[in-house]
Design a protein around this ligand. Structure first.
Ligand code: AHM
Ligand code: MG
Length: 336
């Protein structure tokens, strides 16, 4: 019986990726090893986030603990864990983290062919009130036998080999695409393993929810303002959309992926390039959206076609259900 089989035949994330990779005869397991190190980082952050409230009782982050040592803030700690895990995997050559001004070039003796761009703990303003936060990552590969250079990570998002996020929410979920669909894994805390719980995620073609920081409305451009107005006062007789905005990109995108709808972080007069970072926020989420059958648009072009010039570059982003993104694209096209 299928349901019984499901309970005893556990598809862990490692098993899933090994299966995927075995379809490529040239694969030597390097990607599986790399991913295992990312997963380890996520498990560490998950455990640290779960203990964050408790940790307060014995010493606030940023304050000194009983040993007189300065305690590290959760985002700084998470970054260190990921950098160390990625370097020790022996499979990476360039790392770009939201927390570090400069890219990290791995020393030659520990180098591999993968470049990883990541935001170790996104939505950190939500930590202190226990709201969902997450880790976001994307993976590129350098050409064989070539010295790694910064241009290797300044590639359009469509060149990513894989992208994903881990959400530290009411449960800990790892959502991954290696370029053939999107799969979701839930951490079983008693096993310490991510188990496939959401196979082949597809975003609904059209949604009932929009997600944006409306506090910025007075500075929006015409198309964004018109779009949000249409969500609230539809002119075609369709029902008004609901507004949901957590303020944690991972949580807002995760809901959009599962329930459908649209997530917007548009440009505004104060931030002409929006807020979110191209390499480790916009690209991975756009990659996942497209792989799930949705779309991602910058206001000018397909998000994954963008070619970043700097590692911490920002871009406006509109992503989600195919039909909803189509509407905002039409409004920008009408503007030209
Ligand atoms: P952070 O990297 O400083 O945590 O900021 C990124 C977060 C995203 O998770 C979220 O989508 C966005 O900032 C919310 O911004 P705002 O508070 O301007 O609405
Ligand atoms: Mg961030």
């Amino acid at each position: 019986h299928a349901a019984d089989a499901h309970r005893t035949d556990l598809m862990t994330i490692t098993r899933y990726v090994l299966n995927e990779q075995s379809k490529h005869p040239e694969s030597r397991g390097d990607f599986t090893i790399l991913l295992n190190h990312i997963v380890l980082g996520c498990k560490f952050v998950c455990s640290a986030v779960n203990k964050a409230g408790l940790a307060k009782l014995i010493g606030l982050a940023g304050e000194t603990n009983v040993q007189g040592e300065e305690q590290k803030k959760l985002d700084v700690l998470s970054n260190e864990v990921f950098i160390k895990a990625l370097v020790s995997s022996g499979r990476t050559c360039i790392l770009v983290s939201e927390e570090d001004e400069e890219a990290t070039f791995v020393e030659p003796s520990r180098r591999g062919k993968y470049c990883v761009v990541f935001d170790p703990l996104d939505g950190s303003s939500n930590i202190d009130c226990g709201v969902s936060i997450g880790t976001i990552f994307g993976i590129y590969m350098i050409k064989d036998g070539v010295e790694p250079k910064l241009e290797d990570v300044l590639q359009p998002g469509k060149n990513m080999l894989a992208a994903g996020y881990c959400m530290y929410g009411s449960s800990c979920m790892f959502v991954l695409s290696t370029g053939s669909g999107v799969n979701g894994f839930t951490l079983d805390p008693s096993l310490g393993e991510f188990i496939l719980t959401h196979p082949d995620i597809k975003i609904p073609k059209k949604g009932k929810i929009y997600s944006v920081n409306e506090g910025n409305a007075k500075n929006w451009d015409g198309p964004t303002a018109k779009y949000v107005e249409k969500c609230k006062f539809p002119i075609d007789g369709s029902p008004a959309k609901s507004l949901r905005y957590v303020g944690s990109m991972v949580a807002d995108v995760h809901r959009t992926l599962l329930y459908g709808g649209i997530f917007l972080y548009p440009a505004d007069k104060k931030s002409p390039n929006g807020k979110l970072r191209v390499l480790y926020e916009v690209f991975p989420m756009s990659f996942l959206m497209e792989q799930a059958g949705g779309q991602a648009f910058t206001g000018k072009q397909r998000a994954l076609d963008l070619v970043p010039k700097k590692i911490h570059e920002r871009s406006p982003i509109f992503l989600g259900s195919h039909d909803d993104v189509e509407e905002i694209k039409a409004l920008y096209a009408a503007e030209e």
